[in-house]
Design a protein around this ligand. Structure first.
Ligand SMILES: [Zn+2]
Ligand SMILES: [Zn+2]
Length: 106
């Protein structure tokens, strides 16, 4: 069984509208996209790259969907014994992904 890469999965499964809905205000800059430093400058927020929003839940949506796909696939193929292996495999990939993506962002 092959998993879609995260980027590919997002393209296939999440519409732009849904992406917008999953976006939340950046907690670091409060949705402004910039932060004021102690010299009074406005600096682009590094958390959200000046966007003011972050897509905090997309990774979790992806994880839930992938786990349910694994369960479905195992049921469909009558291969229930391999489910825990597949989940383990997915989780290790997901962890690597979370680190590489900084977990919270698209
Ligand atoms: Zn920000
Ligand atoms: Zn400054």
């Amino acid at each position: 069984m092959k998993f879609y890469t995260y980027d590919r999965w997002v393209k296939l499964n999440i519409s732009d509208d849904e992406l917008d809905e999953l976006q939340t205000d950046c907690i670091v800059c409060g949705g402004n996209g910039y932060e004021e430093c102690n010299l009074g400058h406005e600096h682009e927020c590094e958390e959200c790259d000046g966007e003011g929003t972050v897509g905090g839940n997309v990774l979790e949506v992806y994880r839930q969907k992938a786990l349910s796909d694994i369960a479905k696939w195992c049921t469909y193929t009558g291969n229930l014994s391999s489910q825990s292996e597949l989940v383990k495999e997915f989780n290790s990939k997901f962890e690597a992904l979370s680190y590489s993506k900084d977990a919270n962002y698209i």
